[in-house]
Design a protein around this ligand. Structure first.
Ligand SMILES: [Zn+2]
Length: 308
């Protein structure tokens, strides 16, 4: 048995994972209830004891997925964009509290590892997982292992520029993959389209309220036959394909996994993106990367952390 902890922006979730990759017991608390480093270690310590039903002897190790940069060797959180904690020795502190080995990695890397071991890329040695959400997270699996660079922070696929001079990105550059092709970018494009067509299908679907547009709205409006929403989707599919083709060219993964809530659209998303990606990617007489949606959903965080 191993324990995986997913340190998220809103909740800290821990799960006891059996050798077959099933989550036996899961427990979570609100992240805001752990304000200091000591609180955080205490909260994780308690969660681990709860999911192990008090029997830590049956647990071999604990892994933690962190929404930020980690020093994997020392088990230290370097920094997190949304949680105020720097240079925090979480691995050693939690390890001492539980008397168990504790490993840390970035949460997107954990999701990629989970999909590679037990999800959409199971059975492959080389895969890349791209998670579409507020931004674009990425994890690279090479020969069955997370590729994290010499300093542990590689795999920032969202900050590859795909459109010079394009939309501003949180990192300070313009035209990054995540500024162009994240779910947030899709929402922004839909809001712009709605502002230009206040009587269109998008506007009708949300009663003219731009705040009600989410990642599913353009799909629903296009399904109902709205050409404006279809145009937004077509443009977004192209931008997504642009970045994915780059990833195929660089990594030639056996499987390219698309995660995030919008991936539940399945072939409504992948169907149009696949040919756009393939026409942009380097091609020849060799096997081609398969584009698939993630299989593990929000369980990937806990599972991937346990697999560390
Ligand atoms: Zn960026």
């Amino acid at each position: 048995m191993r324990i995986g902890i997913d340190l998220g922006g809103t909740k800290i979730a821990a799960g006891l994972v059996d050798p077959d990759g099933a989550i036996i017991r899961e427990e979570s608390i609100a992240t805001r209830s752990a304000e200091t480093f000591e609180d955080l270690v205490g909260a994780m310590d308690r969660l681990c004891r709860v999911v192990a039903s008090g029997d830590l002897l049956a647990v071999k190790s604990v892994g933690v997925g962190v929404p930020g940069a980690v020093d994997r060797g020392r088990g230290t959180i370097l920094y997190m964009p949304n949680i105020d904690l720097e240079d925090a020795p979480l691995g050693s502190a939690l390890g001492e509290a539980l008397d168990l080995p504790v490993k840390l990695d970035n949460d997107a890397n954990c999701a990629a590892l989970a999909e590679a071991r037990a999800g959409a890329a199971k059975g492959t040695r080389h895969s890349v997982t791209v998670t579409l959400g507020t931004g674009i997270g990425g994890g690279i699996i090479i020969d069955g292992k997370i590729y994290a660079g010499f300093n542990g922070v590689a795999g920032e696929l969202g900050h590859m520029v795909i459109q010079e001079g394009g939309p501003e990105c949180g990192c300070g550059r313009r035209g990054c993959f995540e500024a162009c092709a994240s779910t947030n970018a899709l929402i922004r494009m839909a809001r712009e389209a709605m502002a230009g067509d206040p009587d269109g299908g998008l506007a009708r679907l949300v009663g003219g309220d731009p705040a009600r547009i989410n990642g599913h709205t353009p799909f629903e409006a296009a399904d109902a036959g709205d050409p404006g929403a279809q145009a937004v989707l077509d443009r977004w599919f192209e931008l997504l394909a642009e970045g994915l083709a780059n990833l195929v060219n660089i990594f030639q993964p056996e499987v390219l996994v698309i995660g995030g809530a919008v991936s539940r659209r399945g072939e409504k998303l992948l169907g149009p993106v696949r040919p756009l990606m393939e026409e942009r990617a380097y091609s020849g007489r060799f096997p081609r990367t398969r584009l698939v949606t993630a299989a593990l959903g929000n369980k990937a965080g806990i599972l991937g952390a346990a697999y560390l």
